[in-house]
Write a protein that binds this ligand. Structure first.
Ligand SMILES: Cc1cc2nc3c(=O)[nH]c(=O)nc-3n(C[C@H](O)[C@H](O)[C@H](O)COP(=O)(O)O)c2cc1C
Ligand code: SF4
Length: 471
């Protein structure tokens, strides 16, 4: 199935007409407001302070830290770009492991005492770049995303998975060569890990971060625990047990770093893993639909009852910031980062990627309507391309979300938030067309970046290697 490319819609009317033919009632404003009257330029009040506008930079790692978990020049460049974007909320910068065995790749940052001054330096570079361009940072909120990669850990070798899982999963265990319970973290090991998260949060606070994200998305450990219905013991089974890890970490951080802000990035729904089928189009594989947090039991549908319960828990825990996302880049990327061109380990789009964009926006809106006091950041907007500002403005105006999270788009076009608010026309050559090279490159052992559009990455030798690999 071939879907029309977003760049082929020549007018607002064409774009809306296409959405409606897909049965999508996604709103999109025709005129994007600018300057003082910009909806996307309005601040968000938060605990006596404010976040200066409605754009958020989503966490994106570059597989480019040192092997001992410190940032490199490439990492610093990306964070500087986040700073000059104009977005006033920086959701975590990138996933940073709370300890070595939880790294998703041997170049992921590690939050430990030995790396604290470099990680502090990274934050300062971002804040400094922001200040240089915009003249103020009192309305900028910067957090650090804390992670343990669980089932998807590759701490020592890019090509070697060293999974630490929450529970058995027939299909994923098979794909990952797990044959017995030995990869499963015990309850005692999880208790130790809680302390590691708390220690990392303390270090993040000492580095000047205003909040930490206790990551619960994308199939990594926190997220897998949420669907741990088969796990025995105190961290599995009931909803109360499946959220114990989060509650224990939050309690620990409150005790040790009482003034540090807290956020949670969560996959609010999940599907079973997909596989490349006929004509390379993605189709559901033989996964267990019970192991999909926010799933409806079919493996390809949504039931937000448990995510709603999780939001209620967030409120009880006093967590204000929630960043919504979906699924996992490893087993169902089309629901997480809708794309026209799949990454090398992916599959052809099984639906118009706009359907995937709409799915995340509508699910987030349901949560926002039920929990108006939580601050919601949405994800998956990049595929909207030229229509991103119009849709972003419309959904913020409609109260469907508080902040528009930007992932891939800021790799190709970092200045988008500032340009949109200033009314500067988007330069077409910078607009991310979802070529997926920023996902393919790390899958092939290279650093991530926007090879097709960012002149800096265009000039790197990896670009030629990528071209050859793709050919
Ligand atoms: C290169 C790359 C790295 C990413 N790294 C992270 C990460 O470290 N933590 C995380 O929560 N999400 C990560 N993501 C997911 C993005 O934050 C975002 O959810 C996704 O790209 C969809 O948003 P978009 O449509 O704006 O790109 C990454 C995505 C990409 C493309
Ligand atoms: S490589 Fe560039 S154009 Fe392709 S998806 Fe990533 S950011 Fe977008």
């Amino acid at each position: 199935m071939v879907y029309p490319r977003v760049a082929s819609f020549k007018s607002h009317e064409d774009f809306i007409a296409h959405l409606r033919t897909q049965g999508l009632d996604l709103p999109c404003d025709k005129v994007v407001e600018t300057g003082d009257s910009s909806t996307l330029g309005q601040s968000i009040p938060i605990e006596g302070s404010s976040i200066g506008n409605r754009f958020c930079i989503l966490p994106m790692e570059g597989w480019d830290g040192t092997t001992d978990g410190k940032p490199t020049e490439l990492t610093v460049r990306r964070w500087r770009n986040f700073g000059i974007s104009g977005a006033k909320l920086i959701w975590g910068g990138e996933a940073a492991a709370v300890r070595h065995d939880g790294r998703a790749n041997p170049n992921q940052l590690i939050v430990n005492d030995a790396n604290a001054s470099e990680i502090e330096g990274l934050r300062k570079e971002l804040v400094h770049a922001h200040h240089e361009k915009f003249g103020r940072t009192d309305d900028l909120l910067v957090g650090l995303q804390l992670t343990h990669s669980g089932r998807w850990a590759r701490p020592n070798d890019k090509s070697k998975l060293e999974p630490r899982t929450a529970q058995r999963n027939r299909l994923l265990d098979k794909r990952q060569g797990i044959r017995d319970d030995s990869a499963m973290l015990t309850d005692n090991e999880l208790s130790v890990l809680v302390d590691d998260f708390v220690r990392a949060a303390r270090i993040a606070e000492s580095c000047g971060f205003e909040f930490v994200d206790v990551k619960h998305c994308h199939g990594y450990l926190g997220h897998e625990l949420l669907s741990g219905v088969d796990r025995p013991g105190k961290y599995g089974g009931s909803f109360e047990n499946r959220t114990r890890f989060l509650r224990d970490i939050v309690a620990g951080i409150r005790a040790e770093a009482p003034t540090l802000g807290l956020g949670v990035r969560v996959s609010i729904f999940d599907y079973v893993p997909y596989v490349s089928g006929a004509d390379n189009i993605g189709q559901p594989d033989d996964g267990d639909p019970r192991l999909t947090f926010g799933g409806d039991g079919s493996g390809q549908g949504i039931n937000l009852d448990e995510p709603m319960e999780l939001m209620r828990l967030m409120e009880q825990l006093g967590i204000k910031l929630v960043c919504t996302t979906a699924g996992s880049p490893y087993y169902n990327p089309h629901i997480q980062r809708p794309a026209y061109f799949p990454p090398s380990d992916g599959y052809g789009a099984p639906e118009d990627p706009l359907v995937g964009v709409d799915r995340q926006i509508q699910a987030t809106a349901q949560l926002k309507r039920a929990f108006p006091n939580l601050i919601f950041v949405g994800s998956g907007y990049t595929y909207l391309q030229e229509w991103l500002p119009g849709v972003g403005q419309a959904v913020v105006k409609a109260g469907m979300v508080d902040s528009i999270g930007l992932g891939r788009m800021v790799l190709s076009y970092p200045e988008l938030p500032a340009d949109v608010i200033a009314g500067t026309t988007m330069p077409r050559k910078k607009v991310c067309r979802t070529f997926s090279d920023c996902t393919t490159a790390p899958r092939k052992g290279m650093v991530s970046g926007c090879y097709p559009l960012d002149p800096y990455y265009k000039a790197r030798p990896e670009r030629e290697m990528l071209k050859q690999l793709k050919a």
